[in-house]
Structures are given as structure tokens and as C-alpha cells.
Design a protein around this ligand. Structure first.
Ligand code: NAD
Ligand code: MG
Ligand code: MG
Ligand code: MG
Ligand code: MG
Ligand code: MG
Length: 345
């Protein structure tokens, strides 16, 4: 069984005694900074000049510094910039990291995903603690659930324990952002990184998006109306996943018709064949041997050519056009659009 920590296993006073810099003020950054502030922790935000996040952070009552100044000021530095830019941002953090805290101990470098430590794009000095608190949730929910009095589950890991207190301090941080209210599972940087990448590639994002597109294509190519196809393969997916989320596969099957349940048993294995499972093993191998990370980082560092091409290709998929029209007629779904990287209603 995974070792799990709850509120009673974490001492909030440890992180309350630290100066905490949150580097980045995006999805995770704003949630960590505001939850810690509400938990009585001294927080400042580190951003590059001209960052869109600076005005938002200041409006929320947070002081904004340059990345280098925040890293110099803080005892605990949480890196919440995109994974592909963390190595460059780390160069600005590194000088501050080599200073000691007021009590003479080494500083703590933290992450919400193990990518850059696991694939060695960042190599911190040996005398700092390196730990991870990874909420298993999109950042905006980390904030919303906390303000409602709850918390999202998280993972905790320690890569370097120079002070001997790295785990206790990381758990204290996790309590400050609300994760110990739900439960924090102990893991390693390697396990967190590899399972996170596999989950999003094979099932959550890659597998699901490909399944939805293929289902839509088969129906519309056979002459069925795109609006019906959209409802069958995309809209209803949420309703089915909500059932699984509350009561597992059994509750989902309890709720659907016997016809749908029989179809589930006989058709599922014809779609996810042993060859598909072998393909998933191929993804896992590419993650473990670093070839996934290498291709991603190389493309990011050379102008994001493949990334941009993929993004534009899928934007043109017919399911996106019909979906936008149908959602616009259902305002109670709170539909949104992405325009030039910004979310608009
Ligand atoms: P994001 O893209 O939402 O935000 C990134 C922030 O970093 C922005 O404020 C941006 O202005 C800032 N930034 C970008 N480049 C910078 C630079 N060169 N210098 C300084 N600041 C810079 O990022 P995110 O999705 O919150 O991801 C942050 C980390 O959290 C990643 O490690 C990610 O894997 C992890 N994570 C994210 C989620 C999620 O819900 N998005 C969930 C779990 C873990
Ligand atoms: Mg994940
Ligand atoms: Mg991920
Ligand atoms: Mg149906
Ligand atoms: Mg049933
Ligand atoms: Mg994104």
C-alpha cells in the first residue's frame, strides 16, 4: 500500500517559519501562492519582467520580484513555470540557491512535477533539499477546492535531503496548499514523472482524444450527422466519466442500460486489443529511456515547429467546429473558447 499522509501527519508551523518564493504565476503558481498566503505563510512571487502574471499577483496582494531576487530572498523556492522553460529559469534561481537560510541550513528547491530532475535538465547543488509536492489536479481546482474548505490529493517526494527535514518540510508545504486534507501519497521523482507522463499520453489526453476523434470520423464518414456524432462520442463522455469517478466501473455499468453494458464487454476488447496494450508499453519505454523527453525538449528549443503543427492540425478537425456550435447553444455548460492562447467566454 502507498504511504499516505493527512493533516495530522504534517506540521504547518514548519512552512510558516520559512520565506517561500513561488516562481511563475500560472495555473499552479497562483493556487500555491494564494493557498499558502491564506495558510499564514510568507510568500513572494518570482516572475520575469513584463510577465502577464505580475498584475494578477499584485492585485491579489502578493509582492512580485524578479526570479533572481525571489530566489535570493526565499528559504523555499517552488518552481512553477512550464516544464520546458524550467531549465532556463533555473539559471536565474541558482545563485540564490547557494546562499544559506537565516538559520544556517541549506535552502529547499521544490517542484510540482519531477520532469526536470528525472531527465537531468536541472542539477541542483548537493547541499540543498530537493522535494516535490504535486497536486493531482489542474491548478484552478487547487485554489477553488481550498477556498471551499477542501483540498485536492497530492504526491510528495524527496530527491535530496541535505537538512534531514526535507520530507517534514514538504508535507508542511502540502498542508499549506490543502493537499493533506485529501491525502498525500509518498512517491519518488522517477515514479511521479513516469506515471504522470504515461497517464496523460496513454489514457487521459492522448488516448482519449484519439478515441474521440476516431469515433467521430467513423460515424460521419458512414454518413451520420456530425451533431449526433459529437453528442455520442464527446459530450456523453463526461457523463460516463463522472459515473466512474464516483463509483468506479461497476457504478458506471450499474447506471447504463444492459444493452450498453453488454456492448461494453464485447466491444471494448475489440478496440483496446493486445496490440494497443503493446503500443502503450512502447510509450512507457520511450518515457523511461528519455526519448519522449528528448523529442519534446528539442522541438521546444527549436521554435516549437512540431508542437505548433500538431496544435493547428487538430484545431481544424471537424469535431471542433461542430462542437463549438453545439456548446454555444448550451450556455449552462459554461462553454469557453481558446483564442490566441487566452480563454474567452
Ligand atoms: P503555466 O503555463 O500555467 O504557468 C507558467 C507560469 O510561468 C506563468 O506565470 C508564466 O508567466 C511563467 N513563466 C514562463 N516562462 C517564464 C520564465 N522564463 N521566467 C519566469 N516565469 C516564466 O504552468 P503550469 O501548468 O502551472 O505548470 C507549472 C508546473 O506545474 C509544471 O511543472 C507542471 O508540470 C506542473 N503541474 C501542472 C499542473 C496543471 O494543472 N497545469 C498539474 C500538476 C503539475
Ligand atoms: Mg498528471
Ligand atoms: Mg503532467
Ligand atoms: Mg447513448
Ligand atoms: Mg445497468
Ligand atoms: Mg497548456
Amino acid at each position: 500500500m502507498a504511504k499516505t499522509y493527512h493533516d495530522q501527519d504534517a506540521d504547518l508551523s514548519l512552512i510558516q517559519a520559512k520565506k517561500v518564493a513561488i516562481i511563475g504565476y500560472g495555473s499552479q503558481g497562483h493556487a500555491h501562492a494564494l493557498n499558502l498566503k491564506d495558510s499564514g505563510v510568507e510568500v513572494k512571487v518570482g516572475l520575469r519582467a513584463g510577465s502577464k502574471g505580475a498584475a494578477k499577483a499584485q492585485a491579489a496582494g502578493l509582492e512580485v520580484l524578479s526570479v533572481a531576487d525571489a530566489a535570493q530572498w526565499a528559504d523555499t523556492i517552488m518552481v512553477l513555470v512550464p516544464d520546458q522553460t524550467a531549465a532556463a529559469v533555473y539559471k536565474e534561481i541558482e545563485p540564490g540557491l547557494s546562499l544559506k537560510s537565516a538559520d544556517g541550513s541549506g535552502k529547499t528547491l521544490m517542484f510540482a512535477h519531477g520532469f526536470n530532475i528525472r531527465f537531468r535538465t536541472i542539477t541542483p547543488p548537493a547541499d540543498v533539499d530537493v522535494s516535490l509536492v504535486a497536486p493531482k489536479s489542474p491548478g484552478h481546482r487547487v485554489r477553488e477546492v481550498f477556498t471551499e474548505g477542501g483540498g485536492v490529493p497530492g504526491l510528495v517526494a524527496v530527491e535530496q535531503d541535505a537538512t534531514g527535514n526535507a520530507l517534514a518540510n514538504a508535507l508542511s508545504y502540502a498542508k499549506g496548499i490543502g493537499c493533506t486534507r485529501a491525502g498525500v501519497l509518498q512517491t519518488t521523482f522517477t515514479e511521479e514523472t513516469e506515471t504522470d507522463l504515461f497517464g496523460e499520453q496513454a489514457v487521459l489526453c492522448g488516448g482519449t482524444a484519439a478515441l474521440v476523434k476516431a469515433g467521430f470520423e467513423v460515424l460521419t464518414e458512414a454518413g451520420y450527422q456530425p451533431e449526433l456524432a459529437y453528442f455520442e462520442v464527446l459530450h456523453e463522455l463526461k457523463l460516463i466519466v463522472d459515473l466512474m469517478y464516483r463509483g468506479g466501473l461497476e457504478y458506471m455499468r450499474h447506471s447504463i442500460s444492459d444493452t450498453a453494458e453488454w456492448g461494453d464487454y464485447v466491444a471494448g476488447p475489440r478496440i483496446v486489443t493486445p496490440a494497443v496494450k503493446d503500443a502503450m508499453k512502447g510509450l512507457l519505454k520511450d518515457i523511461q529511456d528519455g526519448s519522449f523527453a528528448k523529442r519534446f525538449i528539442e522541438d521546444q528549443n527549436s521554435g516549437r515547429k512540431e508542437f505548433t503543427k500538431f496544435r493547428e492540425q487538430d484545431r481544424e478537425h471537424p469535431i471542433e467546429k461542430v462542437g463549438a456550435e453545439l456548446r454555444a447553444a448550451m450556455p449552462f455548460l459554461d462553454p469557453v473558447k481558446v483564442e490566441n492562447g487566452n480563454v474567452v467566454k
